[in-house]
Each structure stands twice: as C-alpha cells, then as structure tokens.
Design a protein around this ligand. Structure first.
Ligand code: EPU
Length: 431
C-alpha cells in the first residue's frame, strides 16, 4: 500500500494527455466476449479496473493480449471461452464486473456471478439490470450469495427503466444484441459511454439505433464478429484535470478530450471566473483571477456529473461566497468532506447538500481517500494547500486515474509516492 505526498502551493503549467474512458473501457471489455472472433480495442487506460476485467476474461477461457507500446491496445480472442461461474474475489473488486451478467447471458444464455463491489457511495442496487434480463426471458435467482441468470432463449422485449441507469442500459444492450427479435429500452441513460459501447457492438455486427437518446432500439442478430475500436477519451479524467487547472494552474492544456462531453462542467467553471478556450480535441484552462462560488446539482447526462462533484467541492473552498453542492445520483457521496475539513475547509453537510464557504487557505494534512473521486478531490486540495498533504487510499485512485503521479509531475507538481509502514497500514485498515 502506498500514500501520495503532495507539497502544495506550486502553480501548475503545461499539457496533459487524457487516456481512454474508464467507464467505457469497463463495459467494452465484457462486450468484446460476445464476438466469435478477435476484438481489438485501442487507447485502453492502464488502470487496475481494466486489468482485473482482462484477468476475468482469461479465467473463462478468453485470450487477452496487451500491447502497451502500440496505443495501449488490447486484443480479446473469445474463441475458446466457456460458460462458467466467475471467481468471486475478482468480481467483488469492481462494480463494472456486473457487465459480465449481460455479456455472458447474451453469449451463453446463462451467467453465474457474485454481487459486484465498487466504490462505497451508499446503496447501489441492480434491480433495473435484473428487470431487463427478466423481460428478455431470463430467470434470475440469488443462490448462496451468487446471482444465477439463465434463459432457454432470449427474446426481445420493451423495457422501461424506472431509474435512468448507465449500468442497466449497457447491461440490457449486451444481453439483447443477440436476442431473438426487437428490444426497445425506454428511459435509457444517454451518457457518451453508452454511445461508445453501442458503436463497438455495431462494428461487431449488432443492429442498434438511438444510443445517446432515451430510447434505444435493438434488432437481435445471430452472430457477432471481431473488429477494431478506439475508445473515447475519459471525460471524468479530463474534467478532473480541468478542475485542477482552475484550482492551481496557470495555463494548462488538456489534450485528447471531447469538449461537448464536458459542457456542464465548463459552464460552471466559466461562471466561477475561469477562462476556457476549446478546440476540437483540446481545452486551454487559464485561472488567474479570484473565483466566485457557484451551486452544483448533479444530474444524469448531460447534467453535471456526480463523478466531478467531489473534485469541484475542493475547488469551491477557494471561491468567494457560499456554494451548495447537491448530489441527486448518490445522495451520500460526501465522504471526502470530513477529510477536506481536516485541511481547514469550511463545509457543512445539511439535508443531502454540502455547503462550502470560501475562500479559505487549505492546510496540508493526513487524509484518506474513501473512493475514487474522493481521492481526486483530496489530491486537488493537496495541490492547493499550504505545506505537505499525505493521501492514503491510493488503491481507489489507481482504479480510475492512469499514471496520475506522472501526469502531475509533468505539470510541475511536487508529488511523490511512499510505501506505507506497518503502523500506517494498520491505521488505514482500522479506520
Ligand atoms: N440505480 C438503481 N437501480 C439500478 C441501477 C441504478 O436504483 O438497477 C440507481 C443508483 O443507485 C444511482 C442511479 O440509479 O442512484 C444511477 O446509477 P447508475 O446505474 O447510472 O450508475 P452505475 O452504472 O452503477 C456508473 C459509473 C459511475 C457513475 C454512475 C453515474 C461505471 C462503471 N460506473 O455507475 O462511476 O458515478 O454511472 O454516472 O460506469 C466513477 O467513475 O467514479 C463512478 C462511480
């Protein structure tokens, strides 16, 4: 286990390249197993969630070849894959292992998998995924802590999602692409990652219309074939660096980004007084004036993303006035607040909102990342703070941010990693 040490107060400058989208990658890998021949995916982020999914594919007989030298490419040959229960230990390590439910159901008409893990953001039910599988004709049972999903034959259906869910929308697409007949998903999620998965599946021979709108129509096909796909850039990584640039940057260029995917964030940053220039694939962020507070309410895409709420909270500590942050997707995604308070932030949590008063000068402290985006928030806070900040819980950060230390160093930050000593490991685990 490691901690990140950050000497705050240095102004950052330069260019940072954004990797492929984590939340696409974790769906594209399971999607690839639906093909009968090799699928190659380019620009895959080198993060632990992706590596674990690669291992899971190998556990069930897939052949996974990584080529980090050539555009971070992975090739998945599913020819020798077999239907078997997925190992519980690895499944529990990440939320996105639930995409094997839809993918294995689509491929083998059955899937056996333990309940998925992931960041502790409060209750994260999967009832809408199950509703979709059942509508397609599968029987779903929970036996000894594992979910058994079995169908004689999947048949297209009309499915209305009661909750707009990224995971359920993708999982139902995965199960439906080879079902007999037509599936219509209504009240579908519209995130760019859903379009990315639909693009891969379409390149594999699937017939999908409407991805990116709230009604997705799928005409089932008998077989899917291999193809090559380049993943979209990670809008949340790009957004995190945009917030970081606003917090502690002079002039930062964010490269390999689709600015339209970040409109809600960029609008809020401009409201705060940050100057942003956009081109097709780059953002230039200039933050050289005092910032004004804003209120944030997270919503489904294209609203303000819940995954950027925590990093933005750190930025608000620097802004003049009071900003109210409300997360309507995960109402208790506020575990970073206590840690920010240790750093002198003035934040109250009241009725499901965090109320941030600023500006304050943050002070370096020992803090713990409880989840992936909390980690990003604390790193940004550490870069802004006076003195040294020590961030533990880096295993969460490494799940979703590729080479974060190297990227920060490239921008001129004074950061480094150290192994935790035995006492620190005990403290972190005991907390
Ligand atoms: N929900 C249900 N029932 C379901 C599914 C979801 O009630 O069957 C609720 C959830 O509890 C939540 C809301 O619906 O309140 C939205 O959940 P969604 O299913 O959209 O989230 P997810 O697919 O589990 C993905 C990302 C999250 C991101 C959310 C929201 C992946 C692997 N994860 O989760 O990413 O916060 O969408 O945009 O794609 C992260 O990257 O840090 C992260 C947590």
């Amino acid at each position: 286990m490691q901690k990140m040490l950050i000497e705050g107060g240095h102004l950052l400058n330069g260019k940072v390249r954004i990797g492929g989208a984590k939340n696409s990658a974790v769906a594209l890998l399971p999607a690839a197993i639906l093909a009968d021949s090799e699928v190659t995916i380019e620009d895959l982020p080198n993060i632990s969630d992706v590596r674990i999914l690669g291992d899971l594919i190998e556990e069930i007989g897939g052949n996974v070849t990584w080529n980090r030298l050539h555009q971070d490419t992975v090739s998945i040959d599913p020819t020798n894959m077999v239907s078997m229960p997925l190992p519980n230990g690895k499944v529990k390590k990440l939320r996105a292992s639930y995409y094997f439910m839809g993918a294995m159901l689509g491929k083998f008409n059955e899937a056996v998998i333990g309940l998925p893990g992931g960041c502790p953001l409060g209750p994260r039910p999967i009832d809408q995924h199950i509703k979709g599988f059942e509508a397609l004709g599968a029987e779903v049972t929970n036996e000894h802590g594992a979910i058994y999903i079995r169908a004689k034959q999947l048949t297209g259906a009309r499915i209305y999602l009661d909750v707009v869910s990224v995971g359920a929308t993708i999982n139902i697409m995965l199960a439906a692409v080879k079902a007999k007949g037509k599936t219509i998903i209504e009240n579908a999620a519209k995130e760019p990652e859903i379009i990315d998965v639909a693009t891969l599946l379409t390149n594999m021979g699937a017939k999908i219309k409407g991805a990116g709108t709230d009604v997705i129509r799928i005409e089932g096909v008998d077989t899917l074939h291999g193809c090559k796909h380049t993943i979209i850039p990670d809008r949340i990584e790009a957004g995190t660096f945009a917030v970081l640039a606003a917090a502690q940057g002079k002039e930062i260029i964010i490269d390999n980004v689709i600015p339209q995917h970040l409109e809600s964030l960029l609008a809020k940053l401009r409201e705060m007084g940050v100057v942003i220039e956009e081109s097709d694939e780059q953002l230039l962020i200039v933050s050289n004036k005092p910032l004004k507070s804003v209120d944030i309410k997270t919503l489904v895409y294209p609203g303000f993303p819940t995954d950027l709420q925590q990093p933005l909270t750190s930025l608000l500590t620097k802004a003049e006035g009071t900003g109210v942050v409300t997360d309507t997707i995960y109402s208790s995604r506020f575990k970073h607040i206590d840690e920010l308070r240790r750093m002198n932030a003035q934040i109250k949590v009241e009725g499901g909102s965090a109320i941030v008063s600023g500006p304050v000068k943050l002070q370096g402290a020992k803090v713990k990342a409880s989840d992936l985006r909390a980690g990003a928030a604390l790193i940004i806070a550490g870069l802004m703070a006076e003195g040294i900040t020590e961030v533990t819980g880096l295993e969460h950060v490494d799940r979703g941010y590729e080479q974060i230390t190297e990227k920060l160093l490239q921008l001129g930050a004074n950061v480094w990693r150290e192994d935790l000593n035995t006492e620190e490991v005990e403290q972190v685990q005991g907390q």
